[in-house]
Every structure is written in structure tokens, then in C-alpha cells.
Design a binder for this molecule. Structure first.
Ligand code: ADP
Ligand code: MG
Length: 761
């Protein structure tokens, strides 16, 4: 590095140039290639220093720092579960202490084994626990004399400062990263580190420079330093994200769409005259807002949130009809084939003869509603395409197939996207940008999105929320059924029998289809979009297992599968005279339709299925749901599933069968479902219970990623402040011409990731 490098050049320098090719090669394993990458690789946490403690005086529960010599260190597999454990014994010459490290992969443990060679001395810090009568530190933070510190004294001095602990990988231990960071950080000056946050804002918000923040987080003199550094970097992340969103919004607003003002005496009025229910206040309010949006020539870009069963469909239909009345067409995009058909049926039944244009039943103002999905035969497909292109079809319902190249509209005025979380922003944009003039866009989601998440992830959309549910809806009671209690399960099945006798229907939800085919989300959808839906379950493969694991826990029995469960139920005496149907993502669309229709009609009042029923499917008689291996599913997924019952007048019962013990996180999550049916409360709870990093996607946990520190719930206030600052800045400088460093930051590290969040939200 030369001292006369242009401002900011050093940040872009390859690590190989600064650290040498060997060290750089090691860091490349973490996808760290430049000085900037390395400086943005923040410590995950900090080891805490304490008073040196005499081993023989350790008390359980105390936070201890001990200087001790390694006597033994061995890795062994865990009993009855995947993963391995490294056990070490250290001594200070008087007493001994056990150390334990757990990991999914042995590689991680080998790194510790390599450092904790017998005879070496280290400074170990952590909370003392008792395990099988011996005192233990689980995953202690430590410094090894001779590796991280030259002498014991140095180790003790080092140990009085917070020890930065980096996200690491096998072969790239945290101490090695720390050393490399210090090497690149030392010679940097303020002008080497351009700051995306304008100086005025830093002053306004009481933050220091970016270089100062790097020093604070990487080589903190005390705890206050890293707290200060992280706070500044968190603000920066929120700010850059909010500027990106504000710009996206400004760009969208610069376009013009076609105004579709309401017209009285048209099909919308005709629908309202025949609706079998009164709209809720929320539906009316949201409808008014949407109607006004559509009447404007700014393209509408609105997110409609409403919990399962809140009645979003009719809101969407009213918007679509306003557009039809104004001479345009509307497209309704559903994430799955099942849902698209469901929508078609719902729309046609709400419209009745109003959907009969071109047929004998046609009435005044009638239009046509057609469907376009991947499973249509060639002939039907041609007819649907022609109806869309000619404008004859006022409403086109479809899956991802609607996004295909060959699909043309006569005058597409509105795109409604149902279940937003299944689509990425790109897909949303395909339809938006298809014609020369962008249509209005209404995005609907049943996944309640806490306000901060909405602000962080969907900041470029206006949002509306349907809060109350239509009156007259029965309630759903939820109970946890311990899988280990045979008698409880028997009772559950008897309950199903009673419900069926009373005219109800029961869903029995399984996590697997058969053998080892796990249904994660919806296979058909995955096949259609080429994406694997976001996995809501606990992230496997995390580097370190949570503390306090009992490594002798019994192995988990295989998850229940649709085929086997259906077979078993058919063999139960309670169900000897009841037909049992199955539904899962491996079935062909026609088979699924038949299965759903038989269930809806009561021909097969018990349906053993996977999560294909998760969204949208509407069977008013469905009153019981039994979810097997409930702890295997995500909280919001269970909430969605539960929304499939209690949709009519019959109160619903949802039984969550789980083998998880009372004191597990899985049990806490299920308990949250028992306690509330409010999707928003659950979404907040879910965020709270999930481990850090999962909210904005698993990608956040490591590697090269810009949103490392920001946490949507915890950092609510920061996000709000940053949003305000971002809007002020973008209003004054919409192209960011006066803020080049900020413009580069957005371009370099934000846009692609945000799209990822959208897909995972
Ligand atoms: P979601 O928001 O989950 O998509 P739906 O639109 O499917 O909810 O509505 C759920 C059910 O409630 C449907 O059967 C629908 O016909 C019914 N519904 C919608 N609005 C009302 C209302 N205002 N009064 C009574 N029932 C309604
Ligand atoms: Mg719906």
C-alpha cells in the first residue's frame, strides 16, 4: 500500500496485496477478497474478560476467566444424534475444569483441537455450568499463549479487553481473522475510508466516522467502544437500505400509468348488488384507498396485508372490476396451481352471471374470467391466450405461467399478486414492465408483516392492512398433543370421528409425502418457479449448536408421511366406514383438483395432506386439523395452515402433535399458537423466538453480505430514524449526484440482497 493512493483506493485493494497470498487464500474461504470485505466482516460477539479465578474456587453460574493448561482434548461423535463434541480438560495445577464444544461438523472442532494441544496454556472465559457432577465451560472464549498472545502476561492483558469473536469457518479460526483485520486496519487514515453517510447526518445523529467505527468494533478498548461502533454501523446499514428504497419509490413515481377511475352503473356496481355479505369496515376503507389509487395516473404499488381469512379476495376483485369498468384488464397471479384454480372458482362464484360474457347466461356488464396455468392443454391454452390478447377476458387468473413470453394483454391495467412472499421482486416486475405503460400493482400477503419488516423490506410499497375478520366466523381452538401419549392421540382421532359425524371435515397434515420425500412448501410451485421456497424451520448446519444441549437425547423418529398415515388411519376402527383422501405436491394438478373436490363435497371427509393446503384453500366445513410433527413447521406456516379451518360457522379445533418436551424452544413456539390467533402477534413472536439473522434471510449469517448488524425488531427505532434521514436526502438529491459514495454503496451491496429478502420475507 502506498501512502499517496487516491482517497478510498485502499478499501478496494485485494487482500493478497496487503497480507500476502497465503493469508489472503485462507480468507478467501470466507469470501473475503478486499480490504473492504475484511473490515466489513464484523465480530459476531465479544468475549468478556473477568478477574482471574482459581479453578478450585469456581462456583456454578459464575462468569469466570481462568488461566489454565490443557491436559487433554478429544473429539467424539455425539450419542444418538448428528454432530460431534470436543471435550477438553484444563488444569491450573490445583483443580481441573472441563471444556465442551459442540458442532455439526467435525471440521470446526478440529480447529479447537489443533489450538488446544495438551501442554498449552490459555485464558478461558465463560459461565460455569455443572454437567454430570463436573464443572464445565461450554463454548468458552479463549486466547492461547503462543498463538494469540506471546506470553502469559500478554494473554492476561489481552484478556482484559473484549475479545472480538468472528464468524469463522474450518481452517479460518477467529483469532486468525482478528490478526488479519488488525494488519489491514492499522495503517488506514480517514481519507482511505470513504463514508456513505454524509457528515451532516453523522453529526446530527451523534455518530463517528466509518474508520472510527471499524476501530471500535475490531479492536475495542472496552465494551463501550464496540457498542458505539456497532451502533454507528447499524445506523449506516439502515440508512443505506432506506435510501435505496426511497429511490426505488421515486423512480416508480416518475412513471405514468393509465388512470382507471370508477364508473357507476358498471360491473363493479353489479357485483356489489349481488354480494352475499356486507363488506367489513376494513374492506370498505381499503377499497376506497385502492379505488383512489387506481383513479390516478401514478402507478399504484400497494401491499395489502390481511391475516388468513380476512377477506382479501373480494377487495382484489373490486379493484379488478373498477379497472374492467374503465375498459382495462386485470391479471391475478397466484403462487400455485391449486391456488389459481381456487381463485378462479371463487371469482366465478362471486361474479355468477357477471362472469358469463360470451355465454347464454351473459348479463349486462358481464366479462370473462379465464385461467392460464402450466397444466392447461394446448387447446385450452390457446383459447386463454386469445381471450387475454383480444381483451375479451376482463380477468386472467394464473400462476407463474402468466409471466411467460407468449402472454399478451389487450390493455393490462392492474396486476394483483397474491401471497407476495412466494414471488420475488423480479417476477413482480415482469408484469409491471411488460407493456409500454406500467399497470397498477396490488400485492396481497397473508403473512402478517410486522411494521418494521414492512418498512425494511417493502419500503417502496404503500401498505394497507385488513385488521378485523368478517363477522360470523367461528373461532379456532388450538391444543398441543404430546406425541408420546398414546391415549391423547386416540382421543384426537375420536374427535375427528365426532366432527365428521357432525358434518365437518378434517385435515391431517404431514411433513413428508412418503419415504424420504420431504415436502417443503409446495413442490409444484418450486418446479414452476425453479426456486426452493424459503425454509422456515430452524436452520440446520449452524456452526455451533445452542448451548445447554443434552447430547444424550434420543434420536428422533422419522417424520410422518402422507401415504403411511393414510394407510394407518384406514386401518383404525373409528374410520372403518369413512373414506380417506390424500393430497400432496407430487400429484398432478387434475388429481389435486379431484382430491380437493372430494374433500369439499364430503365424499372423503378426512384429507391426509402436506402443506400444499397452506394457502388459500377454502372449505367452509373444515373444522379439525391435526398437524403431525407440528414442531417441524415454522410458526407462521402453522398459522397459515390453521387458517384453513374454522372458515365457516363451525368452530375449528387445531391439534398440534409434537414430541418436543415442555422446556424446548419448539414447545414455546407451539404454545404461542395456542395462546393467540392474531397473525400479527404471532409474526412478532416468531421474530422474537427465531435466532438472530434469520429474519432477513439465512444469507445474513456469513460470507459477503452487507446487512450484517441490522435486526428488524431490535432496531426498530434506528430504522425509523434512518428512514426519515433517507427521505430527506432523496427528496433533496433524487439521483444521489451529490452523494457518490452512497450511490456506490447502494449499487455494490444492496440491490441484489434486497431481492433476496423479498423472496424470504
Ligand atoms: P383471505 O384474506 O385469506 O384471502 P378470503 O378472501 O378467502 O380471505 O375470505 C375468506 C372467506 O371470508 C371467504 O369465504 C369469503 O367469501 C368470506 N368473506 C369475505 N369478506 C366477507 C365479509 N365481509 N363478510 C362475510 N364473509 C366474508
Ligand atoms: Mg386468499
Amino acid at each position: 500500500m502506498t501512502s499517496d493512493a487516491p482517497a478510498g483506493a485502499r478499501i478496494a485493494e485485494p487482500l493478497a496485496k496487503v497480507l500476502g497470498t497465503r493469508a489472503a487464500g485462507v480468507l478467501a474461504k470466507l469470501d473475503l477478497h478486499t480490504v473492504g470485505d475484511l473490515l466489513r466482516h464484523y465480530p459476531r460477539r465479544y468475549g468478556r474478560a473477568g478477574e482471574l479465578t482459581d479453578l478450585s474456587s469456581l462456583r456454578v453460574g459464575e462468569y469466570a476467566s481462568v488461566l489454565a493448561e490443557v491436559r487433554t482434548a478429544t473429539i467424539r461423535p455425539m450419542r444418538g444424534r448428528t454432530g460431534a463434541i470436543l471435550e477438553a480438560v484444563v488444569t491450573d495445577g490445583r483443580g481441573t475444569l472441563d471444556l465442551a464444544f459442540f458442532a455439526q461438523r467435525r471440521g470446526v472442532l478440529r480447529m479447537h483441537e489443533d489450538r488446544l494441544r495438551p501442554g498449552r496454556t490459555g485464558l478461558f472465559t465463560g459461565t460455569v455450568r455443572e454437567y454430570r457432577g463436573r464443572r464445565q465451560l461450554t463454548h468458552p472464549d479463549y486466547i492461547v499463549v503462543g498463538l494469540d498472545a506471546g506470553t502469559e502476561e500478554e494473554a492476561i492483558v489481552e484478556g482484559t479487553r473484549p475479545i472480538p469473536l468472528y464468524p469463522s469457518a474450518s481452517g479460518v479460526p477467529t483469532w486468525r481473522i482478528g490478526r488479519a483485520v488488525r494488519t489491514v486496519l492499522d495503517p488506514l487514515t480517514e481519507r482511505d475510508v470513504p463514508d456513505p453517510v454524509p457528515a451532516e447526518l453523522l453529526a446530527l445523529r451523534g455518530h463517528g466516522s466509518l474508520l472510527g467505527a471499524f476501530r471500535d468494533v475490531h479492536v475495542p478498548a472496552d465494551d463501550a467502544a464496540w457498542v458505539r461502533g456497532r451502533s454507528r454501523l447499524t445506523y449506516e446499514e439502515a440508512f443505506v437500505l432506506q435510501v435505496a428504497l426511497a429511490r426505488r419509490r421515486a423512480v416508480a413515481r416518475a412513471h405514468r400509468s393509465v388512470a382507471r377511475p370508477p364508473r357507476s352503473g358498471g360491473i363493479l356496481d353489479a357485483l356489489e348488488a349481488r354480494l352475499p355479505f356486507t363488506l367489513t369496515e376494513g374492506q370498505v376503507d381499503v377499497g376506497t384507498v385502492i379505488s383512489r389509487d387506481l383513479a390516478d395516473d401514478f402507478p399504484m404499488h400497494r401491499l395489502l396485508q390481511g391475516d388468513v381469512g380476512s377477506g382479501k379476495t373480494v377487495v382484489a376483485l373490486r379493484a379488478m372490476l373498477q379497472v374492467v369498468d374503465a375498459g382495462g384488464q386485470a391479471a391475478l397471479l397466484a403462487p400455485t396451481e391449486v391456488l389459481a384454480w381456487q381463485h378462479l372458482i371463487t371469482l366465478r362464484s362471486l361474479l355468477g352471471p357477471l362472469a358469463g360474457a360470451g355465454t347464454l347466461e351473459a348479463v349486462d356488464h358481464a366479462t370473462r374470467v379465464v385461467i392460464l396455468t402450466g397444466s392447461l392443454g394446448a387447446e385450452e391454452r390457446r383459447a386463454a391466450l386469445a381471450a387475454a390478447e383480444s381483451g375479451e377476458a376482463g380477468i386472467v387468473v394464473g400462476t407463474h405461467a402468466l409471466l411467460g413470453e407468449g402472454v399478451r394483454f389487450h390493455d393490462l391495467g392492474l396486476v394483483v399478486v397474491d401471497e407476495q412472499h412466494r414471488f420475488g421482486v423480479e417476477q413482480r416486475d415482469v408484469l409491471r414492465t411488460r407493456g409500454a405503460i406500467p399497470p397498477h400493482v396490488l400485492v396481497m400477503t397473508a403473512t402478517p408483516i410486522p411494521r418494521t419488516v414492512a418498512m425494511t423490506v417493502f419500503g417502496d410499497l404503500d401498505t394497507s392492512t385488513l385488521k378485523e375478520k368478517p363477522a360470523g366466523r367461528a373461532s379456532v381452538a388450538t391444543h398441543i398433543v404430546p406425541a408420546t401419549k398414546e391415549a391423547w392421540l386416540d382421543r384426537a382421532w375420536r374427535r375427528v370421528r365426532e366432527e365428521v359425524d357432525a358434518g365437518g371435515r378434517a385435515f391431517v397434515v404431514c411433513a413428508r409425502i412418503e419415504g424420504d420425500a420431504v415436502e417443503e412448501g409446495d413442490e409444484e410451485e418450486a418446479a414452476e418457479t425453479g426456486e426452493v421456497p424459503a425454509d422456515e424451520r430452524d436452520q440446520g448446519g449452524a456452526e455451533e449448536l445452542p448451548l445447554g444441549l443434552d447430547d444424550e437425547a434420543p434420536p428422533r423418529p422419522p417424520l410422518h408421511a402422507v401415504g403411511e398415515v393414510a394407510e394407518a388411519l384406514r386401518g383404525r376402527p373409528e374410520f372403518s366406514d369413512i373414506a380417506i383422501g390424500v393430497l400432496h405436491g407430487r400429484m398432478r394438478p387434475e388429481e389435486k383438483d379431484v382430491a380437493m373436490a372430494r374433500f369439499a363435497s364430503g365424499e372423503t371427509p378426512i384429507l391426509v395432506c402436506t402443506t400444499v393446503i397452506e394457502v388459500g384453500v377454502d372449505v367452509p366445513e373444515a373444522s379439525v386439523m391435526i398437524v403431525l410433527d407440528a414442531d417441524h413447521f415454522g410458526l407462521s406456516q402453522l398459522h397459515q395452515l390453521r387458517g384453513r379451518i374454522g372458515r365457516g360457522a363451525i368452530p375449528g379445533v387445531c391439534l398440534l402433535v409434537s414430541a418436543s418436551g415442555d422446556d424446548t424452544l419448539a414447545h414455546d413456539r407451539l404454545s404461542a399458537l395456542v395462546e393467540t390467533t392474531d397473525g400479527f402477534a404471532l409474526a412478532e413472536k416468531d421474530l422474537e423466538l427465531r435466532r438472530e439473522g434469520d429474519v432477513l434471510g439465512a444469507a445474513q449469517s456469513g460470507g459477503r453480505n452487507s446487512l450484517r448488524l441490522l435486526r428488524v425488531i431490535r432496531d426498530q427505532e434506528v430504522i425509523e430514524v434512518a428512514r426519515k434521514d433517507a427521505h430527506t436526502l432523496v427528496d433533496g438529491d433524487p439521483t444521489l449526484a451529490a452523494h457518490p459514495v452512497l450511490a456506490v454503496a447502494i449499487e455494490e451491496w444492496l440491490e441484489p440482497e434486497r431481492e433476496e429478502f423479498l423472496e424470504r420475507a
